[in-house]
Write a protein that binds this ligand. Structure first.
Ligand SMILES: Nc1ncnc2c1ncn2[C@@H]1O[C@H](COP(=O)(O)OP(=O)(O)OP(=O)(O)O)[C@@H](O)[C@H]1O
Ligand SMILES: [Mg+2]
Length: 239
């Protein structure tokens, strides 16, 4: 099983949106996918409840103790045949909880919002993350994704310079688009929307998938993978 963690201490930067779109992409591509929600708001699990039984199945688990019934172990259960586990984390995560969550992941995606405040907060979060011994000891791979990008905003330049100095990849600029909201309302991701108008959103998301796949397979992804991905996206639209 490969574990992908979507995290940033900044609230509202798109952790749940990236989590659910990645889960739906991999599930539609026939992988056995589970989401572990560490957020007491349970947004990823709410999204799963909206999901039709006619689309690819995704298992949901909560890492938050269910105090009323003592069902923590049951709720956090992950099927043994899970191939890809995606962890959605809450805002403001730090200290022991940060260490605990990071200790479970091999691949970390950090979404960052478009404002200067988001960029500064993310730089601080990255510094805290890189200081964790577990990141270095376990060779955890980290990448950053800009989310809710409205135009070609120069605000990312300082972040890009910072990432370059740390040799961390800046994978994608996800636009601020109704397609993400429309998909979420139906318990779907943009790759599952039967809608040709979201081809742009599908394209902009692919570099994230390609980076993850490259690390999941343990080898470099060939250029043809993109073609496969686009063909896959078109098939989904046609279904
Ligand atoms: N690319 C996007 N385009 C349009 N709306 C978006 C996009 N990304 C996120 N949103 C919306 O922004 C809001 C916050 O996004 P999301 O819930 O994914 O953030 P989060 O980091 O999980 O927040 P929290 O810290 O509260 O868990 C949601 O209403 C979501 O639908
Ligand atoms: Mg969330």
């Amino acid at each position: 099983m490969k574990t992908i963690l979507v995290i940033n201490s900044k609230g509202g930067c798109g952790k749940t949106t990236i989590t659910t779109n990645l889960a739906s992409y991999f599930a539609a591509a026939k992988a056995k996918v589970a989401i572990m929600d560490y957020d007491s708001q349970g947004s990823s699990l709410q999204w799963l409840k909206l999901r039709s039984p006619h689309v690819a199945r995704i298992h949901g688990a909560s890492a938050i103790p269910q105090k009323a019934h003592g069902l923590h172990s049951l709720q956090s259960w992950i099927p043994t045949d899970t191939e890809i586990l995606i962890i959605d984390s809450p805002g403001g995560v730090k200290g022991l909880l940060l260490q605990d969550i990071v200790g479970k992941a091999e691949l970390v995606i950090i979404p960052v919002g478009p404002s200067t405040i988001d960029v500064h907060a993310t730089a601080d979060f990255l510094k805290a993350l890189l200081l964790l011994g577990k990141i270095r000891a376990r060779n955890v791979k980290i990448a950053v994704v800009a989310n809710r990008v409205r135009s070609s905003m120069p605000v990312y330049e300082p972040l890009e310079r910072f990432l370059k100095s740390l040799s961390l990849p800046f994978l994608a600029r996800i636009s601020d688009s109704d397609a993400y909201i429309r998909a979420a309302e139906q318990g779907l991701g943009v790759f599952e929307l039967g809608d040709a108008t979201c081809e742009k959103e599908q394209q902009e998301f692919l570099p994230i998938v390609t980076w993850l796949r490259g690390h999941m397979s343990g080898g470099p992804i060939e250029a043809t993978q993109k073609v496969v991905d686009i063909a896959f996206a078109r098939r989904q639209v046609a279904v």
